[in-house]
Design a binder for this molecule. Structure first.
Ligand code: ZN
Length: 154
């Protein structure tokens, strides 16, 4: 992931930047990728986060695709948008293909309780950015759900 983000921040240094909102429970830095055009227009601030559930890689992967599309085909949109992206909110879970954070918490159910380190970092970064629009990307596997449903029906 870092290699991917770094490649873009080097290719588009005036538009992209990377910083870290904090660390996961296992000490992995959690990157935030910023995309902003050079225009001084008043912009719509868009927050995009993915990978809260470590076993839903499509959220993170679709963010990488979105970054690529924005920079290569739709860069004009950045005259109007200021985007902050946390592509992999639950790095520990992602690395072990586990839905939960290292302490066993579902981060999607911890956005108000803030019992996991990752939730605290996310909330702080979100408040600092102050978005007008926020997207939280997950993954849904209908086939798996259908199979489980039929199994439960005996
Ligand atoms: Zn999810």
């Amino acid at each position: 992931m870092m290699e991917y983000l770094t490649t873009y921040s080097e290719e588009f240094p005036n538009i992209c930047s990377i910083d870290f909102i904090g660390e996961s429970q296992k000490g992995k830095p959690i990157p935030q990728f910023r995309l902003t055009g050079e225009s001084k227009n008043r912009k719509i601030k868009v927050w995009i986060q993915g990978g809260l559930h470590g076993d839903e890689p499509a959220g993170t992967e679709s963010i990488f695709y979105l970054i690529d599309q924005l920079l290569n085909d739709s860069i004009h949109l950045l005259n109007h948008l200021d985007i902050s992206i946390v592509p992999m909110a639950n790095i520990d879970g992602y690395e072990s293909h586990d839905r939960y954070a290292a302490n066993g918490l579902d981060l999607n159910r911890d956005q108000t309780k803030l019992m996991a380190k990752e939730s605290v970092c996310l909330k702080q970064a979100f408040s600092d950015f102050g978005p007008h629009v926020a997207l939280d990307l997950h993954e849904y596997r209908p086939l798996e759900e259908i199979l489980l449903f039929w199994e439960s029906m005996g």
